[in-house]
Write a protein of this length. Structure first.
Length: 319
């Protein structure tokens, strides 16, 4: 049984990812935290409550996360996910309460309560995870692994030519998390863009067995309209589902371990850059050191997926 804490900014693809985990008996969701990203933290927290109540998770802890990134201005993506974060579909009133502590402390608490058992699943900006690490660095040695949807290591970004959205929204947090020293698995755009889901399967999922099916179905039309700008008319890329799929069936993926650095400034802010030699300057005889050399983190990057088996997994757990 995998104990999973989900850190999320729901979000349309977040909804699919949470639904996938709900459907697997080997996954125990131990709590959820919200973070800004797709929309503001007020809206992502509300959406998390909607999804948790619909899924029968309203007795689990829900910890409200950070309002702002560490050092850059707040930027959200309502043009992708709708003004309310769930495709502007009508949402019900919610009644569940929130944790007494905010997300960084709640994350620290759960890791300390279950040492070496917790998998963190951040599928939004990494601000809560970075703040938890800054408050209590010892969690690095106590967490089992950190499986992240974020980054674009060997491919273009999706919010700028260089950067994937979660890393762009808080690049300083992403760099802190990459270099902290824990076991990091990165489900970035390298693999997420390969697992596009056909329209026929999306329709089956929207009418399927998941308790979250009404929200997947209701939010998808807005997202599909956005994807049509990129010539995705009969399929959809739902990046967060790749991180969830890795938790369910890691054998579907090809993994490349590489030192990684996240750019925190300039036109390439948020870029996730592989540094294969483990040092910035390529001349093997040079003793030159750059500031980035001290901040590299070894990361397991998902670079390929068995698409047929991924789609079979989606069908098995959601239809």
């Amino acid at each position: 049984m995998k104990k999973v804490w989900i850190d999320t900014d729901p979000g349309i693809d977040d909804t699919y990812a949470i639904a996938m985990l709900l459907a697997d008996a080997d996954i125990e969701i131990v709590g959820i935290s919200s973070v800004f990203g797709n929309v503001t933290v007020e809206k992502t927290t509300y959406n998390a409550k909607v999804l948790m109540e619909a899924a029968g998770l309203d007795k689990l802890p829900l910890a409200r996360g950070t309002n702002l990134p560490l050092h850059v201005a707040l930027d959200t993506s309502p043009f992708v996910h709708g003004a309310n974060g769930l495709g502007d579909m009508p949402l019900p009133e919610v009644h569940m309460s929130e944790c007494a502590v905010r997300a960084p402390q709640a994350i620290i608490d759960v890791i300390q309560k279950f040492p070496h058992e917790i998998t963190l699943l951040p599928i939004g900006p990494l601000t809560n995870i970075a703040m938890a690490y800054l408050i209590e660095p010892s969690i690095v040695d106590l967490v089992k692994e950190v499986v992240i949807m974020g980054g674009a290591v060997h491919c273009p970004g999706n919010i700028t030519p260089a950067a994937e959205a979660n890393f762009f929204h808080d690049p300083h947090a992403a760099q802190l998390v990459m270099s902290a020293g824990w076991n990091v698995v990165l489900a970035g755009l390298d693999v997420c863009d390969k697992g596009r889901i056909p329209q026929a399967l999306l329709e089956q999922i929207g009418n399927g067995k998941s308790l979250l099916a009404p929200y997947m179905k209701g939010a998808l039309p807005f997202f599909r309209h956005f994807l049509e700008l990129f010539a995705m008319k009969d399929e959809a890329s739902l990046p967060d589902t790749m991180a969830a799929a890795y938790l369910l069936k890691p054998e579907l993926f090809t993994v490349e371990s590489t030192p990684l650095y996240v750019e925190t400034e300039g036109a390439c802010m948020g870029q996730s850059l592989a540094v294969p030699r483990g040092k910035w300057y390529e001349d093997p005889g040079s003793q030159a050191r750059y500031s980035a050399d001290a901040h590299l983190g070894m990361v397991d990057v998902l670079v390929d997926v068995d698409v047929a088996k991924f789609l079979n997994l989606m069908e098995d757990v959601l239809v």
